[in-house]
Design a binder for this molecule. Structure first.
Ligand code: MG
Length: 463
């Protein structure tokens, strides 16, 4: 019922959601080869939206990125398995990159779908070994660096902001670095991507920090022991213990800390926009850009919102479908980033002037607005597109009314019994030339009004 109410409140999300459902269905079609079939099936199970964007990548890159993703998910399963003794876990993390060369290796570990991933790891190995050597080298190198970084952090807490950045670099920044190298190796992006480590790292940091902020509650209630990545250097300014934020009497301090964490995450946006402006291939662009927009959208939903400490805050499925439907190029990406930056700034303006992060957030948002506006205005074709769309669009309700009137006229023209009841006239069931003209006009009107409704539902605008 809640979903239906959501759709009625946001009718422009209906068509994107149908489009997403079709794309997700398409992503479920699996390859014949049993090892590849397992990998793509796993991908669908662990991340539906990721499976959709990955399917749209060119074939030569798709399998490599699918394997890259699964190898790192397996590594993360080892890191996250609290039942695994550190004496086993730490050395395993450090040598995990070697497992992708051992056709007999698998283990029981993790929970949910990850149990199957770990128990059938030979199938991932099988696909890994069939990849180009260059792709294998990149995946192995990143897995080695990430595993060692994770192992370093097993016995210690994330305390300083520097450690927070380093941990996020190991678990997410390196994914950005590895992906850039895969893009460059495929020849679909320029060789410059071999050298974009710093900006690629920030792409990962922005996503990882968003997840860490959003998952506060999920992580803090984790059994047998919570594993938190909020740095004490930040939260220590607002509480003595991180779990105090859950309690209602600490709501104000909790939200101040949350806004501090969000300001820290938003500081990466400039570099993320710079990285994405260099991408040329449209499918690689969508693959990188969609998660980034989802991240700023999630931060907008979390900003100044105490619900982060008491439940799950995330974007509506319709809203994410709309983003995937709308975003085609870098200008669209800038439109979306500007849209969310404006929403965050509007919330900040409404906040108490005494809030310690109000000014900082406003400053970051105005920088994002400035950068994105400059890029939107530099794209002359976009300006033309936007003006065309602005041409006084009729509201959806008027279009639906027009369809109803057209259908009634159709009923009359085709002499349906219902029309006789509505109009209170008895129509002769013999057709004259005028009747045929009426029928023709009715068909045109009904088709026109249906097209006009679809057009309105798909013409998505962001301010
Ligand atoms: Mg982990």
């Amino acid at each position: 019922m809640g979903k239906l109410a959501d759709l009625l409140r946001h009718p422009d999300e209906i068509i994107p959601m149908l489009g997403m459902a079709v794309a997700a269905q398409k992503a479920k079609r699996l390859p014949q080869d049993p090892s590849l079939k397992f990998c793509y099936d796993m991908l669908n199970k662990v991340s539906r939206s990721f499976a959709v964007v990955i399917q749209q990548l060119p074939e030569r890159l798709r399998d490599a990125i699918c394997v890259f993703y699964l190898v790192l998910r397996a590594l993360d399963t080892v890191e996250d398995d609290m039942a695994l003794d550190d004496k086993v876990k730490i050395p395993l993390l450090r040598c995990f990159h070697e497992k992708s060369r051992d056709r007999s290796w698998s283990m029981s570990c993790g929970y949910g779908h990850y149990v199957a991933l770990m128990e059938n790891y030979q199938l991932v190995t099988d696909v890994f070994l069939s990849l180009d050597h260059e792709y294998q080298r990149v995946i192995e190198d990143i897995c080695k660096r990430m595993g060692n970084g994770m192992a370093d952090f097993i016995p210690k807490e994330v305390k300083t902001v520097e450690e927070y950045n380093l941990y996020c670099h190991y678990v997410a920044g390196l994914v950005g670095v590895g992906l850039s190298q895969l893009f460059a190796s495929s020849g679909l992006e320029s060789k410059e991507f071999f050298r974009l480590d710093d900006t690629a790292n920030e792409m990962g940091l922005f996503l990882q920090k968003t997840n860490i902020i959003r998952d506060y509650l999920e992580d803090i209630v984790e059994e047998p022991a919570p594993r938190m990545f909020w740095p004490k250097e930040i939260w220590g300014n607002y509480a003595d213990r991180l779990d105090e934020f859950k309690e209602a009497e600490n709501a104000d301090r909790a939200v101040e800390c949350l806004n501090h964490m969000i300001a820290n995450a938003l500081s990466h946006v400039g570099k993320c926009l710079e990285y994405m402006s260099k991408l040329k291939d449209p499918s690689i662009f969508a693959f990188c850009g969609i998660p980034q927009v989802m991240a700023i959208g999630t931060l907008e939903a979390c900003f100044n919102n105490h619900a982060v400490f008491t439940g799950v805050v995330k974007m509506r499925r319709g809203e994410t479908a709309k983003i995937m439907w709308f975003m085609r190029d870098h200008t669209d990406l800038c439109v979306l980033f500007r849209h969310y930056a404006k929403l965050i700034a509007a919330k900040a303006i409404a906040m108490k002037a005494s809030d310690p992060h109000r000014e900082e957030i406003l400053e970051i948002c105005s920088q994002i607005e400035e950068t994105t506006t400059a890029r939107i205005e530099a794209d002359t074709t976009y300006h033309r597109r936007a003006t065309l769309e602005d041409d006084a669009p009729l509201p959806l309700s008027t279009r639906v009314l027009f369809l109803i009137v057209s259908l009634m006229f159709g009923a009359y023209a085709f002499k349906l019994e219902a029309a006789q009841n509505i109009f209170g006239v008895l129509l002769q069931h013999q057709y004259s030339a005028v009747d045929y003209i009426n029928m023709f006009i009715a068909i045109v009107l009904v088709l026109y009004s249906i097209i006009s409704i679809v057009e309105r539902l798909t013409a998505i605008r962001y301010d």
